[in-house]
Design a protein around this ligand. Structure first.
Ligand SMILES: Cc1cc2nc3c(=O)[nH]c(=O)nc-3n(C[C@H](O)[C@H](O)[C@H](O)COP(=O)(O)OP(=O)(O)OC[C@H]3O[C@@H](n4cnc5c(N)ncnc54)[C@H](O)[C@@H]3O)c2cc1C
Length: 391
């Protein structure tokens, strides 16, 4: 840590941001972050040093073994600051994030400590490029974000977190497990949402998982977890989860959903365990007789990756509004399968005008699919995915 004096994040008045002022503010943040970004490890190290000086108890929000130079949190915060000029996208996300962060016991002074540490770390890197105007831009952008999250946290009527007990852990394949949870109290999620989850094998390492079922009367949740190579939490879940384990959950998040009254058909595009939130939506639609027509493209490298195919096909066999199109990258000569990547398969059918498009999968798959669809002529506002989770 440096011996420099600590300047608290400047106070910013309420509601003074006009759209033009917000555009200028975000431009300042973007331009200066471009200069700082190559030094993210140094910035992150300074950030955490100052944060834990200002608020030592905040150390408990983070994993026991933390890589302070990875800069994941710093990048995530700056990503959001650079998005405050898109209030339609960012505002609902901040509401969900503010609720979700209640699971840590985050208090208002922690937001102030995070803002102070972030600005100090960026200032230290920028040196003379840190002008009063730049400082105001960073302070205002951070204040917008922190205020929205705190307002949402204060207004939330639900508990800060939920617990649930593992009732079943079943291996679906060598690297994939189904885990069924019986929560201690009802978790109010919507079909298609995801939750942050902490498991006893990996304390304080929160990861997002998507229930694969619609809300049930008994409240139980089913998760499909794929063990990622070198993954801390997913390997712990797939390899070591036991019935009776207690999991902790943050507030439900996410914006994947189908509007049954919109009068538009739907195309869903799922890669890997990204099929789970779409299964949750389909499970919910299955309760109704009449629905928009839904086509789901479900893709993987090879047939054995498509673990949910039988389940999707059996749903389609009793619901004429649902069409399932499996896609594999390796040509195994299977009939009824399209061969290629998901973006290839989806765009081979055109731009899907007049459809709502839901995309769910790894960050790379979402990025590739969305960009190919835009090139094919699909409008951005037709496409829904959970944008801020893209690394
Ligand atoms: C909105 C959302 C919903 C999700 N829902 C599910 C779900 O229902 N089921 C599920 O199994 N997972 C889901 N995930 C992924 C999950 O949250 C974890 O990121 C994943 O399990 C890896 O965590 P880990 O601790 O094992 O890996 P880490 O220790 O965090 O990462 C280890 C290495 O793997 C890489 N990596 C991390 N994630 C992936 C990935 N998906 N593909 C390839 N490489 C990766 C990292 O870059 C790193 O190099 C979801 C993620 C998001 C953002």
């Amino acid at each position: 840590m440096t011996a420099e004096p600590i300047n608290p994040i400047p106070k910013v008045a309420d509601n003074r941001e006009t759209p033009e002022a917000v555009t200028t503010m975000v431009r300042h943040v973007r331009e200066t972050w471009q200069e700082v970004e190559p030094y993210t490890p140094e910035v992150a190290q300074f950030f955490y040093g100052m944060l834990f000086t200002l608020a030592p108890e905040a150390r408990d929000f983070f994993p026991i073994h933390m890589d302070v130079r990875s800069g994941k949190l710093v990048r995530a915060i700056v990503n959001i600051l650079q998005s405050v000029d898109r209030p339609d996208d960012v505002a609902p996300y901040l509401v969900q994030l503010g609720r979700d962060h209640r699971k840590f016991g985050v208090q208002p002074h922690h937001y102030e400590a995070i803002g102070t540490a972030l600005l100090a770390a960026v200032k230290r890197q920028l040196q003379e490029a840190w002008t009063p105007e730049v400082e105001r831009a960073w302070a205002e952008a951070f204040t917008i974000v922190a205020r929205s999250m705190q307002d949402a946290a204060e207004a939330d009527e639900y508990p800060p977190s939920w617990t649930g007990t593992v009732a079943e852990h079943r291996r679906l394949s060598w690297d994939l497990a189904l885990v069924r949870i019986e929560p201690d109290r009802h978790i109010p999620f919507r079909p298609g949402q995801y939750l942050s989850v902490e498991v006893p094998q990996r304390p304080r390492l929160w990861r997002y998982l998507s229930p694969a079922n619609a809300p049930r009367t008994d409240g139980s949740l089913e998760f499909h977890v794929r063990a990622i190579d070198g993954g801390w939490v997913s390997r712990g879940i797939v390899g070591h989860t036991q019935p009776g384990d207690v999991w902790r959950f943050g507030a439900p998040m996410g914006r994947l959903h189908v509007d049954r009254d919109a009068g538009r058909d739907v195309v869903m595009i799922a890669g890997g365990t990204g099929v789970a939130p779409l299964q949750s939506i389909l499970d919910d639609l299955g309760r109704f007789g009449k629905n928009p027509n839904v086509t789901i493209f479900y893709g993987g490298q090879k047939r054995e990756d498509l673990y949910a195919l039988e389940s999707l096909r059996s749903l389609a066999s009793v619901n004429p509004w649902l069409t399932v199109r499996p896609v594999v990258e390796q040509d195994e000569g299977l009939s009824g399968f399209e061969v290629g990547t998901l973006p290839d398969a989806v765009t081979a059918h055109g731009a899907w005008h007049d459809h709502d498009v839901l995309v769910s999968g790894s960050p790379a798959m979402i990025r590739a699919t969305v960009s190919r669809m835009l090139v094919a002529g699909t409008a951005l506002d037709q496409i829904r995915y959970d944008p801020f989770t893209i690394e």
